[in-house]
Design a protein around this ligand. Sequence first.
Ligand code: HEC
Ligand code: HEC
Ligand code: HEC
Ligand code: HEC
Ligand code: HEC
Length: 227
Amino acid sequence: MNRFLFPRWTNKFLALLGLLLLGGGGYAGTMFLGVTDPVTLNPGFVPEQPIPFSHKIHAGQLKLDCRYCHTNVDKGAASTIPATATCINCHSPIDKSGAPALASVHPASTKLKALHESWETGRSVPWVKIHRLPDFVFFNHSAHVNRGVSCVVCHGRIDTMDKVVQSRELSMAWCIECHSNPDPNLRPVEFITKLDWQPQGDPAEVGAQIRAEKNIHPKTNCAVCHR
Ligand code: HEC
Ligand code: HEC
Ligand code: HEC
Ligand code: HEC
Ligand code: HEC
């Protein structure tokens, strides 16, 4: 009957174990309540911009392709905000002699004052960023856009907005939900910037076919987004 008994001094470790459990719960709680960034999870966020730029006019009425301005969206991680020169293609200011340049729309508009100042000084327009993930998350636009995930899935109908509104909660659950089942959100790559495109038939079936053809398999392991 030689029963093994833990020596009495190990009781101290029980207390430590208790502390660790408590601490762990606290840690998880802080992550859940505290670390979740309100700006990240902020559908409906509409900051005041230095120029009242309207996507409804430029992308909707004038039908400029998103990539005319967001040139990097299918090439790299970030979708760039256009430089002042891109706007000046159409909105050059009145020149020194007082004559408007050839291709100039509303050359004297007060709404374009900050644009023309930026053009004269060479300082970029201080656009306010709307969609923002925390720094510990890795995201890549081209990885999505070139696999047939349209802007509209993540940003809504930007082409109908006078002011850009964040339409989706950029939460981890949202990312993983689509990574687990991307089919209903896939379309042929040539239509990624055509926000009113609708599939012929059941979106899930159309997507499943695209996924099989292009061998699309989004991953859900932690290291894909936290590297
Ligand atoms: C004529 C240039 C131009 C075109 C075309 C254009 N955009 Fe933009 N976009 C801008 C500018 C300038 C901003 C920054 C000001 C703002 O937020 O309105 C911006 C901001 C955005 C933002 C918010 C960025 C942030 O800070 O989070 C999104 C999303 C966006 N555009 C999507 C689109 C989509 C989708 C299309 C095509 C349907 C498109 N844009 C077409 C110029 C353009
Ligand atoms: C391809 C040409 C083109 C480009 C590029 C372009 N715009 Fe425009 N923009 C227009 C046209 C055309 C209108 C006028 C629409 C109307 O009045 O119906 C307009 C109107 C505007 C207005 C409203 C002006 C007013 O007084 O009503 C603002 C502000 C504006 N654009 C800002 C910008 C900014 C900022 C950029 C760059 C990010 C830009 N535009 C790029 C063609 C362009
Ligand atoms: C899978 C979802 C998804 C798709 C598809 C997508 N975006 Fe985004 N977009 C985001 C997220 C998330 C951010 C915030 C990125 C960050 O903070 O690092 C963002 C940010 C932006 C920004 C701000 C600049 C930047 O890169 O942070 C612009 C402009 C933009 N998107 C335009 C577009 C356009 C145009 C398209 C389609 C051609 C598009 N996006 C497709 C999710 C998406
Ligand atoms: C609507 C669907 C959808 C949403 C929402 C979405 N993704 Fe994806 N993601 C995809 C698809 C499709 C791929 C491409 C998989 C492939 O190429 O096999 C992908 C690929 C990726 C990749 C891999 C890039 C590489 O280097 O291979 C990363 C990282 C990623 N997504 C991060 C995110 C993050 C972070 C979010 C949320 C902010 C997000 N995704 C939201 C569909 C989505
Ligand atoms: C497809 C992309 C993606 C994958 C895969 C992913 N995450 Fe995240 N994660 C995110 C995004 C986006 C956020 C920030 C949004 C937020 O605050 O909810 C985030 C936030 C977090 C946070 C901060 C706490 C919080 O709730 O904000 C922790 C911790 C975390 N992730 C752990 C993990 C672990 C562990 C895994 C693997 C089981 C994982 N993530 C897989 C995209 C991803």
